[in-house]
Design a protein around this ligand. Structure first.
Ligand SMILES: Cc1cc2nc3c(=O)[nH]c(=O)nc-3n(C[C@H](O)[C@H](O)[C@H](O)COP(=O)(O)OP(=O)(O)OC[C@H]3O[C@@H](n4cnc5c(N)ncnc54)[C@H](O)[C@@H]3O)c2cc1C
Length: 301
């Protein structure tokens, strides 16, 4: 379960309470605020707080005294210009604070994004819940034979059954021992900070994660990408939906220039120019390695 009925009631109570403010708010984001969106089998992502909107990006770029808004087209044009030319600091004026519940092995990838502020649930202080990520059957893929960091065909039949059984049994056995070690039962019981070391990496943890929009978009560029591991990508995809409603101009520019766009080396650009002139360029005549050529072909579709 992503959130318990008690937690859902707390969130509802927060959403029912409104406060007047002079600060800029984003109607799109207000609709998401506090709501926990389920991810994987027990995880979620929810916005706890935010600062700024599309107008705040323009306001900072123009260093203006008021809202900094000229006209809607003008603002979107400015945001696209900033994104296109990597003028990134105006995007840092917007901030978001997320509450995320995620498996520990996903957290290990996520924490590599150093330009955020994090506070994690303390397993020294609190007892972890018996919640483990067990993949859906169709997410149980074999090791890829072409990409050492990727997945191949889905496992099926007996093999899938065996893997699921190992994942469930090992998690439950480790948790039973964890519980046994920390339980006092007349004796002292092992410290929580030690007992946790026996738990597998698919156990869930939680954290508050605060980041500015520029660094969030960098995170999303890497983790909502098809090459990112599925288990972190589903979180990034959920965050993308929120960001699209929070700062629609910035997100559209990001989708266009970063997610949908591509960077070409000068060698690749030279090949494009030669192709446009009618020359038949091959990998051998391109000046690119086989890998570069393969990626270049993929960019050209
Ligand atoms: C598909 C994929 C596969 C990966 N595989 C591996 C792997 O096999 N092994 C592995 O270890 N990691 C791996 N990573 C993690 C990757 O190398 C980065 O650590 C991670 O994506 C965070 O990116 P970042 O450092 O740009 O982000 P952030 O930490 O948010 O930093 C943003 C930018 O700030 C600057 N910056 C931040 N801190 C510093 C600093 N201390 N010094 C200098 N500049 C800094 C850099 O310019 C950086 O790009 C992988 C990531 C992806 C997306």
């Amino acid at each position: 379960m992503s959130v318990t009925p008690e937690q859902a009631a707390e969130i509802e109570a927060l959403r029912a309470e409104t406060r007047p403010t002079l600060r800029a708010t984003s109607a799109g984001m207000e609709a998401h605020l506090y709501t926990a969106y389920p991810v994987l089998d027990h995880g979620f992502v929810r916005v706890v707080d935010y600062m700024g909107d599309d107008a705040a990006i323009c306001q900072a770029a123009r260093v203006s005294y008021g809202r900094g808004t000229k006209s809607v087209q003008n603002d979107e044009g400015l945001i696209r210009y900033l994104m296109r030319h990597w003028h990134s600091t105006p995007f840092e004026m917007c901030e978001i604070k997320l509450h995320v519940k995620l498996p520990v092995f996903v957290a290990r990838q996520w924490i590599r994004h150093r330009t955020a502020n994090v506070n994690e649930y303390s397993a020294r202080y609190s007892i972890l819940d018996r919640e483990f990520y067990i993949p859906e059957r169709d997410a149980l893929a074999a090791q890829s034979v072409v990409n050492n960091q990727g997945r191949g065909e889905a496992l099926t039949g007996e093999e899938a059954d065996r893997v699921l059984r190992y994942l469930r049994d090992d998690a439950m056995r480790a948790y039973d021992h964890y519980e046994e070690m920390i339980s006092s039962d007349g004796q002292q019981g092992l410290a929580r900070e030690l007992a946790r070391m026996n738990l597998p990496a698919n156990i869930y943890t939680q954290w508050y994660w605060k980041v500015d929009l520029h660094n969030l978009l960098h995170f999303l560029r890497l983790r909502a990408d098809a090459h990112a591991q599925y288990e972190i990508r589903v979180y990034a995809d959920e965050i993308c939906k929120v960001v699209a409603d929070w700062v629609p101009f910035a997100f559209r520019a990001f989708e266009d220039y970063r997610m949908g766009g591509a960077t070409l080396s000068s060698t690749a650009l030279d090949c494009v120019r030669r192709m446009l002139k009618g020359e038949e360029v091959t990998q051998e005549t391109s000046g690119m390695s086989k890998g570069e050529w393969r990626e270049f072909q993929a960019v050209l579709g």
